[in-house]
Design a protein around this ligand. Structure first.
Ligand code: BES
Ligand code: ZN
Length: 593
């Protein structure tokens, strides 16, 4: 018996699933998916098969070829892993079918009331499976190790549409009156965390022959404008990393409760509507999710303990795309913004330094609790260091070789290191990779990314409020420059300085959420009352954890704002995604009584 992943019952000595055939009946009334999952094996096999499940009710398991029922047993509930589903397969089983139902509390799904959508008329459903929530949708070997291709048919109310992390394969009226069936196919093997589904009133606009954006009708125009440059991004990324391998690159803009900025679901990136700033200033998130098509979806982490291989390489790749499109200066700004996020995470994890190494050990740790900017930004800095050491042409060739060697697999840090050592002996030692991978905090040889503009902005921020920037200077800032200034001002200010900033930069009314939340965080920590209504509005509407965490935390500074935070949470939390609710609860629990 060989379990390789601390977050899965997947056992590589047991029958190996090669393909799923999924049937979902989407029931908005009961907030459940009625499911039928066929697991097709690589080769006919028998014996024990352990699957991951969480909150699933299993009705029946059978071998369709023999029409033979298979005995099954659900193990004890583990708070992180869920319940092991153990099947005893007869010899030479080619495929097994499971009939089941999801729980209304499935963490991998969020069911939205019509009022939580832009249109306000129809309900909405979306999934978020990374890191280990696919098991709340499908009984499966829920480890990134175990890649699978899939086909699916999804039955939805006829006024709604379904999209998945797969190619569309047609739709037609369903057998049940008032329903429609949408079919999908994902022919390439993907890790289970890339399974994705969304259902709602959706419209789409073509952005290029291979790229399309989906959103609610009320949002589609804005979304098509914001992401119009995506084809250029794909072309630039292909220039850096080789041909785009996934056929189409479509995107879905979700309702605002989506807990992340973006999720790289293959063929259908999921995006938060907070990217719709109206000035295309936040498209670096699209560059990031697109980059995952190479660094991640093609070669990903074997388990959450190697997450840096997935996100660190992707942040590095995202900034290379950014540099190709907008130049070195813009890339330096990206690194500077990342540095702030890195410092915040190192501070948040100061009492758990074992979570600040890149190669983590997460037995008994929920991957959602280990999540931070460290694998992203520390990881990207290690990649950049290797790049600097080899020089760009040699490193770019190395990355292409790496992706060619490991395409459509999921690997460990140790496999990466063996590969690097084989191709460039001494490279790892030369960058002191050991310290990066296995020791907490930031190594002494961390690269620094500088530019004159960046330095000037940071100095202006740090000098505030003693020195106030000139109006003409501020008026000339682009959104990224303004953000860097705001990231460098003191975390609390006198009320008159808040008022001055707000008056001169019109901050409370901003539609760019990076700027808005950076500002509201300072305003909240400063107990600047004129910003309270906007804070309430943002926290009631938006579920992106990147914004909820600092904003709620900033309200912990004063008794009055602590009350405000609790009040907002009491009213807004029922609309939050389960993951967001848990993160905010954790922040509130740390408030002084
Ligand atoms: N794959 C991640 C999101 C994720 C990670 C979801 C782990 C669940 C578990 C995605 O690619 C991501 O990193 N999104 C960032 C974008 C940013 C780094 C540009 C986000 O959501 O903010
Ligand atoms: Zn990512």
């Amino acid at each position: 018996m060989s379990r390789l992943d601390p977050h899965s019952y997947f056992d590589d000595l047991q029958p190996r699933t090669e393909r799923w055939h999924l049937r979902f009946l989407v029931d908005f009334q009961r907030r459940v998916l009625g499911g039928e999952a066929t697991l097709v094996f690589r080769e006919p096999s028998g014996g024990t098969l352990d699957l991951d499940t969480k909150g699933l009710t299993i009705y029946r398991a059978w071998v369709p070829a023999l029409d033979l029922d298979v005995p099954f047993e659900l193990g004890e509930e583990d708070p992180i892993l869920g319940r092991r589903l153990r099947l005893e397969l007869p010899p030479d089983t080619g495929a097994v079918v499971l009939a089941y139902e999801t729980s209304p509390e499935a963490v991998g799904l969020q069911w939205l009331e019509p009022a939580q959508t832009e249109g306000g008329v129809h309900p909405f459903l979306f999934s978020q499976c990374q890191a280990i929530h696919a098991r709340t949708l499908v009984p499966c070997q829920d480890s990134a190790f175990a890649r699978v291709a899939y086909e699916a048919e999804v039955v939805v109310p006829e006024s709604l549409s379904a999209v998945m992390s797969a190619g569309p394969a047609g739709d037609e009226p369903g057998r049940i009156p008032g329903t429609r069936v949408f079919r999908f196919t994902m022919p390439q093997p993907i890790p289970s965390y890339l399974l994705a589904l969304a259902v709602g009133e959706l419209e789409s606009r073509d952005l290029s022959p291979r790229a399309r954006v989906w959103a609610e009708p009320a949002t589609i125009g804005k979304a098509a404008w914001e992401f119009a440059g995506v084809e250029d991004m794909i072309v630039r990324a292909e220039g850096l990393f080789g041909p785009y391998d996934w056929d189409r690159y479509d995107m879905l803009v979700l309702p605002p409760s989506f807990p992340y900025g973006g999720m790289e679901n293959p063929r259908m990136t999921f995006l938060t509507p907070t990217l719709l700033a109206g000035d295309r200033s936040l498209v670096d998130v699209v560059a990031h999710e697109l980059a995952h098509s190479w660094t991640g979806n093609l070669v990903t982490n074997a388990t959450a303990e190697h997450f840096w291989l997935n996100e660190g390489f992707t942040v590095w790749a995202e900034r290379r795309i950014l540099e190709a499109i907008r130049g070195e200066e813009a890339a330096a700004m990206g690194w500077a913004i990342g540095q702030k996020a890195l410092e915040e995470s190192l501070d948040r994890f100061k009492d758990t330094p074992e979570l600040t190494v890149l190669r983590t050990h997460l037995e008994g740790v929920d991957p959602d609790d280990a999540f931070s900017s460290i694998p992203y930004e520390k990881g990207a800095r290690l990649v950049a260091l290797m790049e600097a050491r080899l020089g760009r042409p040699a490193f770019d060739a190395f990355v292409r070789d790496y992706m060619k060697t490991f395409r459509f697999t999921s690997i460990t840090t140790e496999q990466f290191c063996a590969f690097a050592e084989d191709r460039h002996p001494g490279l790892l030692a030369g960058v002191d990779a050991d310290a990066w991978l296995h020791r907490p905090g930031m190594p002494a040889n961390a690269p620094v990314f500088r530019s004159a503009t960046l330095e000037a902005l940071e100095a202006l921020g740090r000098g505030f409020p003693v020195t106030r920037p000139e109006k003409a200077v501020m008026d000339a800032w682009n959104p990224t420059e303004l953000l860097i200034f705001l990231q460098n001002i003191p975390r609390t200010l006198a009320l008159e300085d808040c008022a001055w900033l707000d008056a001169n930069l019109a901050l409370t009314g901003r539609g760019n959420y990076e700027i808005l939340v950076e500002w509201l965080t300072v305003a909240g920590a400063s107990a600047y009352e004129p910003a309270y209504p906007r804070i309430r509005e943002v926290l009631s509407r938006v579920g992106r954890m990147k914004y909820l965490r600092p904003l709620y935390a900033s309200l912990g500074a004063h008794p009055a704002t602590r009350g405000l935070a609790r009040d907002i949470f009491a009213q807004a939390s029922k609309g939050y995604h389960g993951l967001s609710r848990r993160v905010v609860q954790g922040v509130l629990d740390k408030f002084p009584a």
